[in-house]
Design a binder for this molecule. Sequence first.
Ligand SMILES: [Zn+2]
Length: 212
Amino acid sequence: MQNIIFIAPPAAGKGTISECLKNDFGYQHLSTGDMLREAIKEQSPMGLMVKDIMNEGKLVSDEIVIDLISDKLGEDGKPFILDGFPRTLNQALKLTELLNNLNKDYIVIYLDLPKEEALKRIAGRLNCSCGKTYNTLINSLKPKKEGICDICGNTLIKRDDDNQESFLVRYNSYLENTKPIINYYLSNKRLIKIDAAKDKQSVYQDIIEVIK
Ligand SMILES: [Zn+2]
């Protein structure tokens, strides 16, 4: 199985896919956000340093994040999914250096989701307190009874940050920030584009095809 660097706009389904890859193929899911939180909780020397930096309202440097990734990478010889990193071209360059040094091969999967489709997913999204999500604008994801969870019967709620305006801000800034990274991975022929507008099962099948 190929190691994966995941690049995906909001609402492209990256979380679900990562979860499936973890369960079906034993992938190690490395989210840099989780790694930072974990280091802080463990109160490791690195964690304490990170805590100080964040308390001062500063950004954790690329070097620190690279060190964290380097520590976790390939634990137990499992293939990895890197999620949330790189976010800048500089990070991408440092990551390439690290992966070369560790002799790790990898592909970059870009989940391509047009803005209209992303908006549709956001606009119709409903959540239940049990963790199940629904979508009133996508037939296969509608709850059986309007506004009610199929599984636990609770009333479905709309997340505050799911409104169109704040989503567009997130989506556009995402596109702008990732453009240099995408171009970089295109130029070194690592990038594989997956059409994420298809239904979940087809997207997953397409991904399985490329990681084998
Ligand atoms: Zn529920």
